[in-house]
Write a protein that binds this ligand. Sequence first.
Ligand SMILES: Cc1cc2nc3c(=O)[nH]c(=O)nc-3n(C[C@H](O)[C@H](O)[C@H](O)COP(=O)(O)O)c2cc1C
Length: 348
Amino acid sequence: MEFSHPLQIGGLALPHRAVFGPMAGFTDAPCRELMAAHGAGFTVSEMVSAKALTYGDRKTAALVKAAPNGALYGVQLFGAEPEDFARAARRLLDEGFAFDFFDINMGCPAPKIVGHGPGGAGSRLMLTPELCGRITAAVVGQAGAKPVTVKMRKGWDEQHVTAVECAKACEAAGAAAIAVHARTREQMYTPGTVDLAVIGAVKQAVSIPVLGNGDVTSPETALAMVRATGCDGVMIARAALGDPWLFERVNAALEGAPAPAEPNLQARMNALRRQVTEMVEQKGEYVAMPQARAQAMHYMRGLRGAAALRRECCTLQYLTDLDRLIEKVFDEQRRAADPDDARAVPFP
Ligand SMILES: Cc1cc2nc3c(=O)[nH]c(=O)nc-3n(C[C@H](O)[C@H](O)[C@H](O)COP(=O)(O)O)c2cc1C
């Protein structure tokens, strides 16, 4: 058994220690709700521009809107200047957005983000640990009782491994927890480059909770990260897409509980349909369906005929197309088990 008590982040007690990492383009409200329902200790919005929020941009505001679902929820801000962060935090509070904590993006590697504003945003901030501290202080100064967390990388590149310095600056400025994606900006998402030692070094350097992040895909990889680094919990992003049950499996391992039952195909397809239906309800078919293509692809993982099914995902245009896709999924799986079986498959 690894953990027997909830993780405390400021005034928030997390129900579980596997949390869902933010992903722009993916972690919208229906996706977060699904992960929360399967035990994500918290969920985070897609990153939103602090500057755009202060200008009252409606699209940006829509990204952080949350239907209350009982799970802890953080809004992630990116930006380059402390003043923008302070104003954005103030606006979120003044306009009564429903959320539990602020999160600051110090990890995004995308060229558009690292080139944002005068000195760059996302992982670029890590080249200046003192600025990381000032940005954290700017949000903490507005946040009142809401905790402020920071999500960072190992550093900019191997010559600038600044996670420890940045984490210390953020802690001194009042951060309540740090999540460390254990790759440099230069490493982007390169497989096999996660450096557990840097998570361990940050854990040693600060006394606030540290969440380890990068390539956690199973109970085994989660336990290995916790054991190697002493981190207080794990943040899972990509591997949970199409597999929200991963949170149940990882939480059980971290809490020393028996492994839960695997979902059957029907449960997986029901989750997909519910997720996409909610996306369509909230954003309309025109906006939701292109986004649903990428979400649906993840549900095809491990299925027979996955390559052809993924191609089918790319064609989703209307919600009714999703029903056809799901019928095909059942059909493919049944035919793979018995090539002579030509029954029509009803759905659901
Ligand atoms: C498509 C995509 C979008 C992402 N968007 C964000 C983001 O908005 N904010 C952020 O802090 N990290 C973002 N990340 C990084 C993830 O939160 C996470 O740190 C990274 O994927 C490593 O964790 P994983 O191996 O569990 O996926 C994104 C990653 C991906 C793949």
